[in-house]
Write a protein that binds this ligand. Structure first.
Ligand SMILES: [Zn+2]
Length: 105
């Protein structure tokens, strides 16, 4: 099985905001989903204050903040999103038999 070519110039590998947006598109194709209670749509608010980290949302039902990594193996990791994209696209297909894992859009 021939591997899909990876464009190393893709901003998801260099820009943290682009990488986070990419992970959100892959993990939340229908929009943000609260990892605790599962609500979507207008019950989710994106937090955008000066002291708020980028990519944080708040659920209006359970009133908890979350990001795209909450509830995943990446939740407590301090690895930047762009490095996660590198690892998933370049390292995993070469080393892991689960070659179908690919988070390119
Ligand atoms: Zn919730």
């Amino acid at each position: 099985m021939a591997g899909k070519k990876v464009d190393l110039r893709n901003p998801i590998f260099h820009d943290e905001d682009a990488a986070r947006a990419h992970l959100e598109r892959v993990l939340w194709p229908q929009g943000p989903v609260c990892p605790r209670c599962g609500v979507t749509g207008d019950r989710i608010t994106k937090l955008q204050g000066k002291s708020t980290r980028p990519g944080v949302y708040k659920c209006k039902d359970c009133r908890k903040p979350f990001s795209v990594t909450v509830g995943t193996v990446m939740e407590r990791s301090h690895i930047p999103c762009r490095d996660r994209c590198w690892r998933v696209n370049l390292w995993l297909p070469a080393r892991n038999p689960c070659r179908r894992i690919n988070c390119t859009a």
